[in-house]
Design a binder for this molecule. Sequence first.
Ligand code: CA
Length: 208
Amino acid sequence: MRILAVEDEDRLLGILQRTLKAEGFSVDGVTTAHDALEHVKLNHYDLIILDLQLPDGSGTTLLRQLRQQQRKMPVLILTARGDIDSKIENFEAGADDYLTKPFALAELMIRVQALLRRGPLIQENILKVENLELNRLTRQVRRGGKRIELSPKEYSLLEYLFLHAGRTLSRSMIVERIWTNPSKGSPISWMSILAICAIKSMKASSPN
Ligand code: CA
């Protein structure tokens, strides 16, 4: 699970990153709205923790931009503003949860885990590229409507490629994400995974 923390107070950002990493999450930290948008363009995040007052704009505006871009990951607002107007405005902008500073780290973690259990909106669980369809809930892959059996590693790789469709991924990015111990696995390219899918779908459609 990968989390993006958007917070311009360096000390708090450091605490968030350390706490989330200690819980086993992969965490990126940014201090501006601009950097947050750039990171979201390049990476898949399962959750965003978002401060409202950022040096180059408001977190609310950033949240609206993300939702306009159809980015459906849960967003947890973390702010000193505890007034009801701000809460309403941000929930209407697409926030999933709202926590006011100061807060207890234990409460933050409970909320993060609750949001991650809920996951993105259901629409994002069906990913499609041409006639290839991947269901993130059932971990099933279909090509032209026919089911393709993939090993867990092949599935993870295909899902990662789907989530980054249209982007250039380096070999090291793929290896780092898919193989926890790179020395035990060999990198696979887009072409290889498409070849695997093509061969498996041929098998699936053959009479025997
Ligand atoms: Ca701030």
